[in-house]
Design a protein around this ligand. Structure first.
Ligand code: BDR
Ligand code: CA
Length: 326
């Protein structure tokens, strides 16, 4: 039996998502069973095509890609205030992909993979969870059979970066939860083993900024995936950095979730907290409300695991190795 860790990436490529795909294709311990795409950074037709473009770039047409819905579960598709470039891939403008999307829906791909490999499949989710929610609604029996989920999602208020850099289109929310809060609620309330990496960590310069030393090491790898990752870092650096008041981010945010999956030692402080997802009005839609009260705490709120701190050096090392560095 294969020793590799089986995974599916649920994503919306997206600059940072595309680097995660490269990592999953490159890391020797990972067996990528499929890529499910949805409407997040761009609509699902575009995110699916971008996933295929990345597979073509890597000559990996053996990996199936499923295309999700053109909108969130219940809502209109919202406008992303954050830029991933005109093509969603940092303006690489790869040609139309020749590879075709799978005949399976994303939910079917997830259900089949989990039922074929009970207890072995991890979902690394770098998007809005529409596909996972649909899978959970249609076949809830898969929930306890999923090994675990790592999700880039939420803003908890553990660090100042949670709200200073809120990526959703209001002051309180992170983009992935903002897009489809009902889907996120279904997944976060499902009792699946879920580790949420919020903006507190994923937008924290001490955690995800790629250092000059790591950049130099990446330049030395000399393979396609490191070259592409460097170009994406360059794009993010030039287009989306927040330099005011000392905040400076060049890292592809979603790689935080991928690297935590690849090397859980990165997570130096993980805690279970009670969290509710606000599906309400425009000011707080998608807010992840953490009940941190010492008294009268709503113990009935779902419990999830949230990362409070990471080892920045281990993250850099994992980032480098996942792109082929030795
Ligand atoms: C998330 O929003 C998207 O722009 C990124 O791809 C990431 O998944 C961060 O809030
Ligand atoms: Ca993403």
């Amino acid at each position: 039996m294969s020793e590799k860790r089986k995974m599916i990436i649920d994503c919306d490529p997206g600059t940072d998502d595309s680097v995660c795909i490269l990592m999953a294709l490159t890391h020797p311990d990972v067996e990528l069973l499929g890529i499910t795409t949805e409407s997040g950074n761009l609509t699902a037709d575009k995110t699916a095509a971008n996933a295929l473009r990345i597979l073509e770039y890597m000559d990996r047409g053996d990996i199936p890609v499923a295309q999700g819905m053109m909108h969130p579960m219940l809502r209109e598709y919202p406008k992303d205030p954050y830029s991933h470039g005109e093509d969603g891939l940092g303006n690489h403008f790869f040609p139309e992909p020749k590879l075709k999307i799978s005949e399976k829906s994303p939910a079917q791909m997830i259900v089949d993979a989990v039922l074929e490999n009970p207890g072995e499949v991890t979902l690394v989710c770098t998007s809005c969870l529409t596909n996972v929610a649909v899978a959970f609604m249609s076949r809830p029996e898969i929930i306890p059979l999923i090994k675990e989920i790592y999700h880039i999602g939420g803003a908890y208020g553990i660090t100042e970066y949670a709200f200073r850099n809120a990526t959703g289109d209001n002051p309180m929310s992170e983009w992935n939860i903002f897009v489809d809060p009902e889907a996120a609620r279904i997944v976060y309330e499902s009792d699946v083993k879920l580790t949420s990496i919020g903006l507190d960590i994923a937008f924290n310069p001490e955690a995800v900024n790629i250092s000059e030393e790591t950049l130099e090491k990446l330049r030395g790898i000399g393979n396609r995936q490191a070259k592409y990752a460097l170009e994406i870092i360059d794009y993010i650096d030039g287009n989306n950095s927040i330099e005011e008041e000392g905040i400076f981010i060049n890292g592809p945010i979603d790689t935080t979730a991928m690297c935590c999956f690849l090397n859980p030692e990165i997570m130096t402080d993980v805690r279970e907290i009670h969290v509710a997802i606000d599906c309400g009005g425009p000011l707080t839609r998608g807010m992840t409300i953490w009940d941190r009260r010492d008294h009268f705490r709503w113990e009935h709120l779902p419990k999830i695991r949230t990362v409070f701190a990471v080892d920045g050096e281990k993250y850099q090392e994992t980032f480098y190795q996942a792109l082929g560095g030795t």
